[in-house]
Design a protein around this ligand. Structure first.
Ligand SMILES: NC(=O)c1ccc[n+]([C@@H]2O[C@H](COP(=O)([O-])OP(=O)(O)OC[C@H]3O[C@@H](n4cnc5c(N)ncnc54)[C@H](OP(=O)(O)O)[C@@H]3O)[C@@H](O)[C@H]2O)c1
Length: 254
């Protein structure tokens, strides 16, 4: 039987990260590790996964904190001694433009959405070099190109796209692939976590957004994002690196 690939998903307790973990577990070909911030979502994720939760290694910490990232390295090194895939899904948003966004909010977004991905990828690189056909997959956004919503978020995602391309070029020497998925609106907890919307406001927002998509609805992690994540982690995409996949229900065509 084929050896299972070892995959770390950041932000694996919520939204796109969680849906990805559910999907990867369903395939039966992956050892899955999650790395996210708070205990609340980790407990919720375990509840939702039921008995499958026992097969996931849940790690807690901050991707923009060097010590936390080093602890993740040690945990994975001790348990697996290698890493075959890194999905950088952890990310935050706080709505606001130049007038509304505070320096603290700006710094938080850049630190998590950009610096955190640089830092964790850098620290885990020795383990990826020991992996088989290793792959890094960054979750960026259609807002890396199209401004709207949050000045820091859009800027961080624009930077992330260059980080993807730079790392892709840089890591060809190790045959490690680096790609990006840039979704439009996908149902998750990002606006609830940011405090920008209450639960009822978010439900209303989803209803309104559905009708604005050419393909008739907003995105769903499990069906629309996770299969592409898996493809880019798998040996089916061995000739694909430095690619930015826009997945947006046709939004950017109009
Ligand atoms: N949802 C969308 O419409 C959409 C569209 C385009 C791109 N994206 C991108 O998709 C990614 C995932 O977002 P999501 O919508 O799934 O949001 P989400 O539901 O809020 O999940 C984000 C996850 O990241 C974790 N996280 C945040 N900051 C962290 C940090 N410093 N260190 C470690 N973990 C951290 C959160 O931890 P806690 O569990 O403690 O909160 C949470 O588990 C983000 O990069 C986002 O920009 C989302």
């Amino acid at each position: 039987m084929e050896e299972k690939k070892v995959i770390l998903v950041t932000g694996g307790a919520s939204g796109i990260g969680f849906g990805t973990i559910e999907y990867l577990l369903e395939q039966g070909k992956y050892e899955v590790i999650s790395f996210s911030r708070g205990e609340k979502n980790i407990n919720l994720a375990k509840e939702k996964l039921k008995e499958k939760a026992d097969s996931v290694l849940f790690l807690q910490g901050d991707i923009s904190n060097e010590d936390d990232c080093k602890k993740v390295f040690e945990e994975i090194d001790n348990k697996y001694g290698k890493l075959d895939g890194l999905v950088n899904s952890a990310g935050i948003i706080k709505l606001g433009g130049l007038e509304e966004q505070t320096l603290e909010q700006w710094n938080n977004s850049i630190n998590v959405n950009l610096t955190g991905i640089f830092l964790l990828s850098k620290i885990l690189l020795p383990l990826l070099k020991k992996g088989t056909n290793a792959s890094i997959l960054n979750i960026s956004s259609i807002h890396s190109e199209k401004p709207g919503g949050s000045i820091a978020y859009c800027t961080s995602k624009a930077g992330l796209d260059m980080l993807t391309k730079f790392m892709a070029q840089d890591l060809t020497k190790y045959k490690i692939r680096v790609n990006s998925i840039n979704p439009a609106f996908v149902e998750s907890n990002i606006y609830l976590n940011s405090g920008d919307y209450t639960e009822s406001e978010y439900k209303e927002l989803i209803k309104k957004r559905n009708s604005t998509y050419p393909l008739g609805r907003i995105g769903n992690v499990y069906d629309d994002i996770a299969p592409l994540v898996e493809f880019l982690l798998s040996d089916k995409s061995l000739w694909t690196t430095g690619s930015i996949y826009v997945v947006d229900g046709g939004k950017s065509l109009f």
